[in-house]
Design a protein around this ligand. Structure first.
Ligand code: CTP
Ligand code: MG
Length: 235
């Protein structure tokens, strides 16, 4: 039986403005390894994944070639390429290099605590749906406000999910949505599911992520990440 071809697009082209650090957050260390190392290692070790396209900033290409390439043992990394100025631009650069895979796993390099369990659950889900995103139930009540902070709406918490990555799609689904996006208004697009929802009205499902699958965004996230990484070392 033919095995599905699964390509990961690993995003590491952001500037990390909210972190306010000199180097982009995905290259800062947690314990003794860069943030990006952790998820790349997970993709490398997961049998499902055939190849990884690493997207980074133009000026970080030499650094990534030196530390995250096939020559360094990350044998699944087939391309290390420059991204664009917005996350959706970086994703599109990666998609254009995909060689007709069955499924594409799009993951934030700023989320180090990806696990094989998450990847397997997502794979199961995408087979039956064609489009799914890792998510966890919101523990907090969410309020929608206007620009002055006036509360407009309180969504029912049982229906509120915190969305993570990987966001996983059948290749044709995500490719056609991103192709269409290129001529459209891109305001408010912060993840890939939104592109699929908006461009093609395609149904997107959630699958079970993990509360530890945090995105490193501000300095306190790095403090939490250090604790999670210490726990990993003990395993
Ligand atoms: N990303 C990317 N290309 C961009 C912007 C973001 O590849 N032009 C990646 C980031 O490197 C990160 C992921 O997308 O792994 C999620 O983005 P985010 O957390 O917003 O990271 P940054 O854009 O770097 O941070 P900030 O928004 O604070 O500037
Ligand atoms: Mg950003």
């Amino acid at each position: 039986m033919k095995r599905d071809k699964c390509t990961a697009i690993l995003l590491a082209a952001g500037k990390g403005t909210r972190m306010e650090s000199k180097i982009p957050k995905q290259f800062m260390n947690i314990l003794d390894k860069p943030v990006l190392y952790y998820s790349l290692e997970c993709f490398q070790n997961c049998v499902l994944i055939n190849e990884v396209i690493l997207v980074t900033a133009q000026e970080m290409l030499p650094y990534c070639e030196k530390h995250f390439s096939a020559q360094c043992g990350f044998t699944k990394v087939t391309h290390i390429i420059a991204g664009g100025s917005e996350r959706y631009d970086s994703v599109y650069e990666g998609l254009k290099l995909c060689n007709e895979p069955d499924y594409v796993f799009i993951h934030d390099g700023a989320r180090p605590f990806l696990t094989e369990e998450i990847l397997l659950r997502g794979y199961e889900k995408v087979i039956s749906t064609g489009a799914c995103v890792a998510a966890v139930p919101s523990k907090d009540t969410i309020k929608l406000t206007d620009r002055n902070g006036l509360v407009r709406e309180t969504p029912n918490r049982d229906e509120v999910w915190i969305v993570q990555t990987p966001q996983i799609f059948r290749y044709e689904v995500i490719r056609s949505a991103y192709d269409r996006l290129q001529t459209q208004d891109k305001t408010g697009i912060t993840d890939d599911a939104t592109v699929v929802e908006k461009m093609d009205n395609y149904p997107v499902f959630t699958y079970e992520g993990n509360y530890k699958n945090i995105k490193i965004t501000t300095a306190e996230d790095l403090e939490i990440a250090e604790i999670f990484a210490q726990q990993l070392e003990k395993c």
